[in-house]
Design a protein around this ligand. Structure first.
Ligand code: GUN
Length: 306
């Protein structure tokens, strides 16, 4: 049986360091970083994500503000708001929560954010910097995954990594960042043939597809490291029972909320992997920590502090 590769403790340690640095700048230059989040529409999960980010800012002494814009906001209205924040010298980081309502073009919206304030690392300028292997603002979830692997002394150089999922948020930037770490990377997606066969060649298997418990033991090489990036709400009691058996903790969570959060990886994989990240409590807390780290980084760069 493998070990759970937990992310909470590491995330807390990183946040503690960020908090100390923020306090130092508050004292030294009487300024703190500021992060602004924008939510268009009222998707409940996005609301929770954004408020978690804001609460974490508050805890570390980072200033934050969230703008809630109506679902029918036009591109021009949103671009005007972003432009104002781009010009606001007090603002160091701007993030537009994704997904956006379907009438808005995600690429156009991301391009409206000034690259120096793009703390999500989604602007083509920052994504391009990964390919050049140049310093820049990197996407938070990939950064968090690499940090988690490194801090547990899991080697990347020369290893075979398979990433399932080719999203802008995780799969694509992560694959390029792992290539920079000298890993041999394969990206798989919905059109990949013999997916389980390809996956089972991986020393490190990373799954970010948004399909609950999709990856089962037959995808996994004995002793592989498995990173589960999925965050799926499951409200089917039978499905929960099928996955976890008679599990009191999951039952209680279900009773309380009417759903439970599960990853893209089937819990049985713990029996075959050397490490598996739990959901929740694996990659998620590190994504938030990396967003705060990017906000501090943008603040330091904008104030010539490094
Ligand atoms: N939606 C899901 N993950 C993310 C993220 O990391 N950043 C933004 N802006 N939206 C998201």
């Amino acid at each position: 049986m493998g070990e759970w590769l937990e992310g909470r403790t590491l995330a807390e340690k990183i946040k503690e360091e960020i908090g100390k640095e923020v306090a130092y700048y508050r004292e030294k230059i009487k300024k703190v970083p500021k992060l602004v989040g924008i939510l268009v529409g009222d998707d409940p999960a996005s609301k929770i994500y954004l408020s978690t980010k804001a609460k974490n800012c508050e805890r570390l002494g980072i200033s934050s503000e969230i703008f809630y814009l109506p679902e029918n906001t036009s591109f021009n209205e949103l671009a005007k708001k972003i432009n104002k924040l781009n010009k606001d010298d007090e603002v160091d980081g701007i993030l537009v929560q994704l997904p956006l309502p379907s009438h808005l073009d995600t690429f156009e919206v991301i391009c409206a954010i000034s690259p120096e304030k793009d703390v999500d690392g989604f602007h083509p300028h920052n994504l391009g910097k990964i390919l050049h292997n140049e310093e820049g603002l990197r996407a938070c979830t990939p950064l968090g995954i690499i940090e988690l692997l490194k801090s547990n002394n899991i080697p990347l150089e020369g290893t075979r990594v398979v990433v399932i999922g080719r999203s802008l948020i995780v799969g694509k930037p992560l694959a390029a960042m792992l290539t920079n770490e000298n890993a041999t990377v394969t990206i798989c997606h919905s059109k990949t043939r013999n997916l389980s066969e390809v996956a089972s060649e991986a020393d490190i298997l990373i799954v970010a597809i948004g399909k609950p418990a999709f990856v089962t033991s037959n995808f996994v090489k004995e002793g592989a490291v498995v990173v589960d990036v999925g965050v799926n709400r499951v409200s089917d009691r039978n499905k929960i029972k099928e996955l976890f058996g008679d599990n009191k903790e999951k039952e209680e969570q279900f009773e309380k909320k009417g759903y439970i959060i599960i990853g893209d990886v089937h819990p049985e994989v713990i029996n075959k992997a050397s490490y598996l990240t739990p959901v929740p409590g694996g990659v998620g807390p590190l994504t938030v920590a990396m967003l705060l780290k990017n906000t501090l980084k943008a603040f330091k760069k904008r104030n010539n502090l490094e």
